[in-house]
Structures are given as structure tokens and as C-alpha cells.
Design a protein around this ligand. Structure first.
Ligand code: GTP
Length: 298
């Protein structure tokens, strides 16, 4: 049976109903597509590499060579980013920081796909086989930047190479420089949303809809988190001498500073929450990572 990706995109990109039937279907679809490729390119959000990881990817990717991309690295804290790179290095995986919008790290991604398959490709040629393109596939949770990176990789001049024998109808391989072929449909995988802390990180970073909590509470949780991990950046952004005793106090201070008052002369908490959430997501509060490798729970 041919399963279409569109089935998972219910009303917009961030609204995917991951009920068990869909998870099973998407798993099989990704598993089948992965059989066709030489390299799995796993996209993670550099600010939350643990929370943005699909819990089943190690199983799905099996023994395939893997390249990890820490995307949106422009929004991440430099020092924490390096700690994640070292964490992956210890696991024998090269994690490449990428800023897809500016194209930073894209060449390294291509080089690494070639590196991790070199042994296999050399062995094939030694056996007398003709050199063939290295096939790659991008996988990741919603909103992590899969389409953006595919567009960046392919560019405007890219040409679809058309259907290949044995490939389900509709799949397109796009030729990239460096003798690479990219499956133009990314593998959309579900996040670990059962864990409340992970769900919060995903919502803060716009990977899942705000609706996991009402927006005021979500904004308050983010303020509390920033007070804990990045108090100076929070103070600087909202021009506060000191932070409040509690998250709510700080929320009030931000609201007063920005003049977010309702018609009834009360603080407009919805507006404060949206502002802090959006400014965090756009990197306006600074380069902030919400996770470090030590946070990983076994
Ligand atoms: N700052 C920043 N934003 C990025 C980067 N890569 C992607 N984005 C933004 O992230 C958002 C999601 O990107 P998409 O490429 O649509 O993500 P996707 O993984 O294809 O999303 P789904 O279709 O929901 O699975 C867009 O608003 C992009 O502009 C990056 O490196 N830095």
C-alpha cells in the first residue's frame, strides 16, 4: 500500500495527529525509504538536541551510516553546541552544526555523507561494480528544518532524476553535487512528547503547537526556565535591573516595562507570553540552548 506523507499533515505543518496508527505507518514508511539509502541524515534542533530526537531513530536507522545535523545552530549557545558536538563524537558520530538560512555547514554535510560511505563505495568498486551516486535521506521531527535544508541542498538548478526501478512511484531522487542523490521527501518522525519536560522544550522551540498548555502558562514556564539558565540575557533583553522573585513577578516586570496593559488597566499576560515566546524563538533574547548533554535521561 502506498502511504502518502500528506496524510500526516492534517491542517498545517505543526498540527500532526500522532495517534498510534499513524506512528506505525510513518515508521514503516520511513523504514522502507531508509532501505533505499546509503546515509541517514538526522536533523535535530541545536537548541534541544535531546528533545528534538525521535525516540525510535536508532532502531529505524539500524546499522546505516548516520550524519547528525544540529540545525538552527544560529539560535543556539556556542558553548553548549560544542558540548553536543563532543557528545556525539564520543558516540562515534559526527554532528555538524548547520544554519540552513545562511547556508552555513551545508558543504560539511555533503562532505560527511561522502566520508561515512567511502568504505562501502570503495568496496563496491573493488568488486568491479560501477560507481553510483550516494543516496541520502533527511529525517527529523516536524519544524526542525527538513524542507529548508532540502531546498538549500538542491538549489534552483537541481534536476529531479526521475523514478528508479524498484522505487515506489512518486519518489524523486534529486541529484546533488559531489555524486550524491537526495530523496526529495523527508522522513517526518514523531518526537518524544510523552515526557512533559520534552514537550515543553518542543513547544518553546515551536516544534509543537502552543496548545499543550495555554499560552500564558507556556510563556510563564519559559520565563522560569530562562531565569534559571540565562538570567543575564533575560535581564538585558527586557531592560530589567533585577529579575523578580518568581517567574510571575518577572512576567509582571516585563509587562510593565513594555507597557502591555489591557483596556481595563491590567497587565496583558497573553501579550507578554506571546512576546517572550516569539522573541525566544526568533533568537532575539540571545543564542540560547535549553539542553546540555548531561540532561539526557536514560
Ligand atoms: N533560524 C533558523 N531557522 C531555520 C533554520 N532552518 C529552518 N528554519 C526555520 O524553521 C522553520 C521550519 O522549517 P521547515 O523547513 O519548514 O521544517 P520542516 O522540518 O520541513 O517542517 P515540517 O514540514 O513541519 O516537517 C521555518 O520557519 C524555517 O525558516 C535555521 O538553520 N535557522
Amino acid at each position: 500500500m502506498r502511504v502518502d506523507y500528506d496524510e500526516y499533515l492534517v491542517d498545517d505543518n505543526l498540527h500532526i495527529n500522532w495517534y498510534p496508527g499513524h506512528m506505525k505507518k510513518t515508521r514503516e514508511l520511513v523504514r522502507n525509504n531508509l532501505k533505499l539509502v546509503d546515509v541517514v541524515v538526522e536533523l535535530l534542533d541545536a537548541r534541544i538536541p535531546f528533545s528534538s530526537k525521535n525516540p525510535d531513530i536508532d532502531n529505524l536507522a539500524g546499522g546505516k551510516p548516520r550524519v547528525v545535523i544540529l540545525n538552527k545552530s544560529d539560535l543556539a549557545d556556542r558553548n553548549k553546541l560544542n558540548r553536543w558536538i563532543n557528545y556525539y563524537k564520543d558516540l562515534g558520530i559526527k554532528a555538524i552544526p548547520v544554519d540552513t538560512m545562511k547556508g552555513v555547514g551545508i558543504n560539511k554535510l555533503v562532505d560527511e555523507c561522502r566520508n561515512v560511505t567511502k568504505g562501502k563505495m570503495d568496496a563496491l568498486i573493488e568488486k568491479g561494480r560501477k560507481e553510483r551516486p550516494i543516496r541520502i535521506m533527511i529525517v527529523g521531527i516536524p519544524n526542525v528544518g527538513k524542507s529548508s535544508i532540502i531546498n538549500k541542498l538542491t538549489g534552483r538548478k537541481s534536476t529531479a532524476t526521475g523514478d528508479k526501478p524498484g522505487v515506489t512511484k512518486g519518489k524523486q531522487w534529486v541529484r546533488l553535487k559531489g555524486n550524491l542523490e537526495l530523496l526529495d521527501t523527508p522522513g517526518i518522525l514523531w518526537p518524544k512528547f510523552e515526557d512533559q519536560e520534552v514537550a515543553l522544550n518542543l513547544a518553546f522551540s515551536r516544534a509543537i503547537k502552543d496548545e499543550i498548555l495555554d499560552v500564558e502558562t507556556l510563556g510563564l514556564r519559559l520565563i522560569e526556565r530562562l531565569m534559571e539558565i540565562e538570567p543575564e540575557k533575560l535581564k538585558a533583553r527586557y531592560k530589567l535591573e533585577e529579575l523578580g522573585e518568581t517567574g510571575l513577578d518577572t512576567m509582571d516586570m516585563i509587562g510593565r516595562k513594555r507597557g502591555f496593559i489591557t483596556g481595563k488597566k491590567e497587565l496583558d499576560y497573553t501579550r507578554i507570553a506571546f512576546t517572550v515566546l516569539n522573541e525566544f524563538r526568533d533568537g532575539k533574547i540571545g543564542q540560547i540552548s535549553l539542553e546540555v548533554p548531561e540532561d539526557i535521561k536514560n
